[in-house]
Design a protein around this ligand. Structure first.
Ligand code: PHE
Length: 339
């Protein structure tokens, strides 16, 4: 029985060496030390031993049990240490590597200047309204006093969806929508995209942005128009900014004017940027034509109004001294990060 016991101890130790994970280790423990294990089986035969042998073998069995238990927990500790060593190696983070920087975006200059303009008009009691970019011919031309064969249509050739539907050439179409849906007093601006069949160059793009303005009430005069635009330009470009009105023609305003601002490059002396004019053209404006008011069911004998339409790109270009419109659409961060 002594040899049997010593043999168990020897085998248990040899097997232990080969064990690689804790599940295998548990199986081994049960096999040797469990209730139906090898050691227990031998101890059950103790009764057959003589009185002198019993304590000797008993002692030996207890020592072997204790030794195997100790060897198992030592092996367990080794396995755990090896596992955590392995994980430490695999999951190691090099804290000295440069981090991933999160770039913080910013507004495109077209948006930041538009926001500025909206703020200025909101401060004067205007609402900001939206209008459709795909438009009926009626809103884009006809209701604005541009009948089908009007020659001024040619200057705003666009993209037709059908005979009656087109991409709007001007935000003036929104004037009609607003006047059809709202009775005076009206005070709105309407920014948005417009489309014209123009080739791309430094000052043209088939898609650009306009901001329309419309005020209709009793007793509105040209002085209100001039005062509003003068304030806008002074807020946008500084108190030194001056505006100038030149007579012009638009079918939907009468009288009509083109509005220029003092050239900031030369301050009015004349330079290459303003073609020696001292002023640069910025927008079209005028008193709403009585026919246009009547087209929308507003009595021109009771109400009058002014309207204006300005190109947002032009305003941004003048503000920052940008000389090529294409830069505003190319999304080159080296350009955009300057604003
Ligand atoms: N819609 C005109 C244009 O695109 C500008 C304008 C708007 C003129 C309102 C007068 C009144 O050129």
């Amino acid at each position: 029985m002594k040899e049997q016991l010593e043999n168990i101890e020897l085998r248990a130790r040899q097997e232990l060496e080969k064990i690689q994970d804790s599940a295998e280790l548990e199986i081994l423990r049960v096999r040797y030390l469990g209730k139906k294990g090898e050691l227990t089986a031998i101890l059950k035969q103790m009764a057959t031993l003589s009185a002198e042998q019993r304590p000797v073998i008993g002692q030996l069995a207890n020592r072997i049990r204790a030794d195997i238990e100790e060897a198992i927990s030592a092996r367990m500790a080794q396995l755990k240490a090896a596992l955590s060593e392995k994980r430490l190696k695999e999951e190691r983070i090099d804290v000295t590597l440069p981090g991933k920087k999160r770039e913080i975006g910013k507004l495109h200059p077209l948006n930041s200047v538009l926001n500025e303009i909206k703020e200025i008009f909101l401060g004067m009691g205007f609402d900001v309204v939206d209008g459709p970019e795909v438009e009926y011919d009626y809103y884009n031309f006809e209701a604005l006093n541009l009948p089908p064969d009007h020659p001024a249509r040619d200057t705003q050739d666009t993209f037709y969806v059908s005979d009656k539907i087109l991409l709007r050439t001007q935000t003036s179409s929104v004037q009609i929508h607003v006047m059809e849906n709202q009775k005076p007093p009206i005070r709105i601006i309407s920014p948005g995209r417009v489309y014209r069949s123009d080739a791309v160059d430094a000052t043209h793009s088939p898609i650009f942005h306009q901001i329309e303005g419309l005020v209709v009430d009793k007793g509105i005069t040209m002085a209100d128009l001039v005062g509003t635009l003068d304030l806008l330009m002074k807020r946008l470009y500084g108190d030194d900014c001056k505006i100038r009105l030149r007579p012009h023609h638009f079918p939907f305003t009468e009288p009509s004017a083109e509005v220029d601002v003092l050239c900031f490059n030369c301050g009015g002396k004349g330079c290459s940027m303003c073609k020696n004019e001292g002023y640069v053209e910025l927008l079209g404006a005028g008193m709403v034509h009585p026919k246009v008011l009547a087209n929308c069911g507003i009595d021109p004998d009771v109400y009058s109004g002014f309207a204006f339409g300005m190109g947002l790109e032009r305003i941004v270009m003048r503000k920052y001294g940008i000389n090529d419109m294409r830069l505003l659409y190319e999304n080159d961060l080296r350009f955009l990060n300057q604003f």
